[in-house]
Design a binder for this molecule. Structure first.
Ligand SMILES: NC(=O)c1ccc[n+]([C@@H]2O[C@H](COP(=O)([O-])OP(=O)(O)OC[C@H]3O[C@@H](n4cnc5c(N)ncnc54)[C@H](OP(=O)(O)O)[C@@H]3O)[C@@H](O)[C@H]2O)c1
Length: 330
C-alpha cells in the first residue's frame, strides 16, 4: 500500500506522510516502556512510508528523543522529524512547569538537537503555551532558530485561537498539534476555523483516544503504573470508562460492516477531515503500526460518516479528556 503524503501549512509548507507515528509511549506513560520494540516500530514505519515522527523533550524525560535519534541515525533524510519544548522536566522526571522564555527556547532546542543527533528539526512545537510570557516573545525566539538553520518549521500545541493568530503574525506557523479524534472534537468550534483561515495544518494527537477507540482497552486492562489509569485521564476510568466503552462498541459495529477494525475506522475518520490533517497515532508495536497503516484503505462515504456521527454524537463522551485542564489554552 502506498502511504499518501499531505502538506501542512501554506506559508511555510512541510510535506509529511498523511499518517505519522507518535513515539511517546515507547519511553513513558503507556505501560512498560519498550526501547527495542520502539526502534523496530520506527524502522518498520519508515519501510512502510510512515515518515512523520513525533517526539518531545519531556517524554522519558529526554529518553524518547535519544531513542528516536538512534532509530533514524542511518535514515535521517527519509524522516520529517517533529519535537517539542516547553514542558520543563529534570532528568529524574520532576516537572518544573511550562517555560516559554526566549533563553529557555534556545537552550531546549540545542539540547534536543544533541539528543536527536541531528543538525536540524523539521517541525519544532511549543508543547504548551506559557501564560506568563507573551507569545510574541516565545515565537520570536523560535523564529531565530529558523533563521539559524536549527529548525525548518514552527508549530504550537493546544494553543487557543487568539494565541495562534498572534504567533502566526510573528512567523508562519506550519501546524497546530492538538488532541482530535472521534472522542475529542472541541477544536471544531473556534480553533479549526482559525487554522484553516490562516493556512495552518492540523496534527491530531491521541487520534485513537489514547487506545480506547481500538476496542482493546477495557475495564481493568491497564497495567499498574500506566498513567491512563490515573485520575489525570477521567475518560478512561470508572463509570466514565464503562459509558465510553459503549460508544466504542457502536463504532466497532460500523467497523465490522466496513470490514476494518475500530481503530482503523477511527483513524480513517480523522484522515477524512481534510487534506490539511495528518494524525500521529502512537504505538511501540510493529503489529499495531501495520494495522493502523491499513486505515489508508478505508474509504468513508457520507453515509458512513453520518453513521459515525450517530454512534458518537459530539458531547457524548463521558468525562473530561484531562483531569487538570489548567495548561490548555482554549
Ligand atoms: N502535544 C501533546 O500534548 C501530546 C499529548 C499526547 C500525545 N502526543 C503525541 O501524540 C502521539 C499519539 O497520541 P497517544 O499515544 O496519546 O494516543 P493514541 O495514538 O490515541 O493511542 C496510543 C495508544 O493506543 C495503543 N494502540 C495504537 N495502535 C493500536 C492498535 N492498532 N491496537 C490496539 N492498541 C493500539 C497504543 O498501544 P501500545 O502503547 O501498546 O503500542 C497506545 O497505548 C503520542 O505518541 C505523542 O507523540 C502529544
Amino acid at each position: 500500500m502506498t502511504i499518501q503524503q499531505r502538506t501542512l501549512g501554506t506559508t511555510s509548507p512541510l510535506t509529511v506522510s498523511a499518517l505519522g507515528l507518535g513515539c511517546m509511549g515507547m519511553s513513558e506513560f503507556y505501560g512498560t516502556p519498550d526501547e527495542q520494540g520502539g526502534i523496530e516500530t520506527i524502522h518498520r514505519a519508515l519501510d512502510l512510508g510512515v515518515t512523520f515522527l513525533d517526539t518531545a523533550d519531556m517524554y522519558g524525560p529526554f529518553t524518547n528523543e535519544r531513542l528516536v535519534g538512534r532509530a533514524i541515525a542511518a535514515r535521517r533524510d527519509e524522516v520529517q522529524l517533529a519535537t517539542k519544548f516547553g514542558n520543563q522536566r529534570t532528568e529524574d522526571g520532576t516537572r518544573l512547569g511550562i517555560n516559554g522564555r526566549p533563553e529557555y527556547v534556545r537552550a531546549a532546542c540545542d539540547a534536543s538537537l544533541m539528543r536527536l543527533g541531528v543538525d536540524h528539526i523539521d517541525l519544532y512545537y511549543q508543547h504548551r503555551v506559557d501564560f506568563t510570557v507573551p507569545i510574541e516573545e516565545t515565537v520570536g525566539a523560535m523564529k531565530e532558530l529558523v533563521e539559524a538553520g536549527k529548525v525548518r518549521h514552527l508549530g504550537l500545541s493546544e494553543a487557543g485561537a487568539d494565541t495562534i493568530r498572534r504567533a502566526h503574525a510573528v512567523h508562519p506557523i506550519t501546524a497546530l498539534q492538538s488532541e482530535y479524534s472521534l472522542f475529542t472534537r472541541d477544536l471544531e468550534d473556534d480553533i479549526l476555523p482559525v487554522v484553516r483561515e490562516l493556512g495552518i495544518g492540523l496534527v491530531p494527537y491521541s487520534p485513537l483516544g489514547r487506545g480506547i477507540l481500538t476496542g482493546r482497552l477495557t475495564q481493568g486492562s491497564l497495567a499498574d503504573g500506566d498513567s491512563r489509569a490515573s485520575a489525570y485521564f477521567p475518560r478512561l476510568n470508572g463509570d466514565n470508562l464503562d459509558a465510553n466503552l459503549a460508544l466504542v462498541r457502536a463504532v466497532t459495529e460500523i467497523a465490522e460492516r466496513l470490514d476494518c477494525t475500530p481503530g482503523q475506522l477511527a483513524l480513517a475518520w480523522v484522515l477524512a477531515q481534510g487534506d490539511d490533517v495528518a494524525p500521529i497515532p502512537g504505538t511501540k508495536r510493529v503489529r499495531y503500526l501495520e494495522e493502523n497503516v491499513g486505515a489508508h484503505a478505508v474509504r468513508l462515504t457520507d453515509e458512513d460518516l453520518a453513521a459515525l456521527e450517530r454512534a458518537v454524537p459530539r458531547g457524548s463522551v463521558a468525562g473530561d479528556r484531562y483531569g487538570d485542564m489548567s495548561s490548555i489554552d482554549a
